[in-house]
Design a protein around this ligand. Structure first.
Ligand code: C2E
Ligand code: SIN
Ligand code: SIN
Ligand code: FE
Ligand code: FE
Length: 409
């Protein structure tokens, strides 16, 4: 394709390259998708958009943004919708994936009958949204590997009215989409690496499944997002912290690899001595992040070490002078805000998930009973503000739970 190199085009390409660099610094795949979609929508002034990633030979719905339907609420249940679309001619995203071609549609309700694909109206019907123009691009990584499909909806003119996507937007967005594919692939690898690490632990403790780990990570990210938004943190700050928190929280129990099977897999309640041994999983976990070379390492260490501390005291492992000392002993428990925020968040998420899941030593509790325990223990076990936030975003929590069901990772 001929690209005219006028000045505005040049500066747009520079901006795309700069944003690509920024995307490459992000670590978690959801944060990467968020940034890519945000920037693409900005380039085309599009009201909404979503990203589908290729997984097991199908397109998995992976991210969505919609300015009209979702005006800046911190936590968003729509992100955790769970559905797949086949790579086939029948749908617009499927067609773009199959042919690796951009699909430009000026009005989704006026598609020519001769086209192989049709527009799926069910989302508009459910939400009351009106989809008009659509730009659907395949995202192709190095070696022409298809990573996913991005779909932008309703380009807007200055008055906010939906207009067709112009040629310039098409060119810019496919350039950006292809550059960003590399970052997406790396984000997926990062998360899989963590899941593999946890699978080692899972071999040891069958209750710490990949699904548990994904849920706790996502719960923490959403609690944190709402917490930080309440304090007026900027979107940029929130994204960076949330990204680290999500990955770090997935590793909260990685120290269970250091606990013997006879304790970890005990079918009944632990006795006092066994429970005291179990408490060391926090310290063992923290020791894995010896080289605190990044914010992620530091936060992983904080969470592993402190996720069983309690707001009013009485948790473990407490202040330990030197976690490396061979005679290290559990210390005086931490309290309140001396417990790192990330660990306080993880405590709420981990206990909620432990209570609502089956364990070798207990059946799952129903939500009502679980929420009763969280509320009762707000201010003693848990930071009360974090429990309040948890209740406030409970619809999002449920959406996460539905997405990461057991065996579903
Ligand atoms: P986990 O199963 O992931 O549980 C995490 C936390 O959820 C527990 O931390 C506790 O705060 C909460 N929790 C779990 N089950 C219950 C429950 O039935 N009632 C209440 N009120 N809270 C619950 P905790 O107690 O420090 O335990 C840490 C880890 O030690 C647990 O992780 C589990 O792996 C192990 N563990 C604890 N108690 C037992 C037990 O009686 N038998 C066995 N086999 N393992 C246990
Ligand atoms: C806080 O307790 O409000 C922040 C602590 C942290 O940065 O982890
Ligand atoms: C912050 O909000 O700046 C601290 C976040 C954290 O420690 O998780
Ligand atoms: Fe733990
Ligand atoms: Fe856990």
């Amino acid at each position: 394709m001929e690209i005219q190199c006028d000045e505005s085009h040049d500066s747009a390409v520079m901006a795309i390259l700069k944003t690509t660099e920024e995307v490459n610094q992000l670590k978690d795949v959801d944060t990467i998708l968020d940034k890519i979609l945000h920037e693409s929508r900005r380039l085309a002034n599009a009201d909404a958009g979503s990203i589908f990633l290729v997984e097991d030979g199908a397109l998995t719905f992976s991210y969505v943004q919609n300015d009209t339907l979702c005006k800046g609420s911190g936590a968003n249940a729509a992100l955790y919708q769970n559905f797949k679309v086949p790579i086939s001619e029948c749908s617009i995203v499927g067609y773009a994936a199959l042919t690796k071609q951009t699909v430009v549609i000026d009005d989704a309700y006026e598609l020519e009958a001769t086209l192989p694909y049709s527009f799926n109206k069910s989302f508009d019907e459910k939400s009351g949204y009106r989809t008009t123009s659509m730009l659907t691009i395949p995202m192709v990584s190095q070696g022409s590997r298809l990573v996913g499909v991005m779909q932008l909806i309703n380009a807007r003119n200055e008055q906010g009215k939906a207009i067709p996507f112009d040629l310039e937007a098409q060119i810019h967005i496919s350039l950006f989409g292809n550059n960003a594919s590399v970052a997406i692939e790396r984000g997926i690898m990062n998360r899989e690496l963590i899941l593999r690490m946890m699978q080692m632990a899972e071999l040891r403790d069958p209750s710490e499944t990949g699904a548990h780990v994904q849920r706790v990570g996502a719960y923490c990210a959403e609690i944190y997002g709402t917490w930080a938004q309440r304090r007026g943190h900027t979107a940029k700050q929130i994204k960076r912290e949330r990204d680290n928190l999500r990955l770090a929280a997935m590793l909260h129990d990685v120290g269970k690899v250091g606990i013997s099977d006879s304790i970890l897999k005990k079918p009944g309640r632990l006795n006092d001595e066994e429970y005291d041994t179990m408490k060391w999983h926090t310290v063992y976990g923290a020791r894995l992040f010896r080289n605190q070379t990044s914010d992620l390492d530091r936060m992983s260490m904080e969470i592993a070490l402190n996720h069983h501390e309690k707001w009013a005291g009485g948790g473990y492992p407490g202040a330990i002078r030197d976690i490396w000392a061979s005679d290290a002993a559990l210390g005086q428990s931490l309290k309140g805000e001396s417990i790192p925020l990330a660990a306080r968040i993880c405590a709420v998420a981990d206990v909620f998930d432990a209570l609502t899941s089956p364990r070798s030593y207990k059946d799952p509790f129903p939500d009502e009973k679980t929420l009763g325990i969280l509320e009762k223990d707000a201010g003693t076990h848990f930071d009360p503000e974090l429990v309040e936030i948890f209740m406030e975003i409970f619809d999002v929590i449920k959406a996460i739970r539905a997405k990461y069901k057991e065996s579903g990772h």
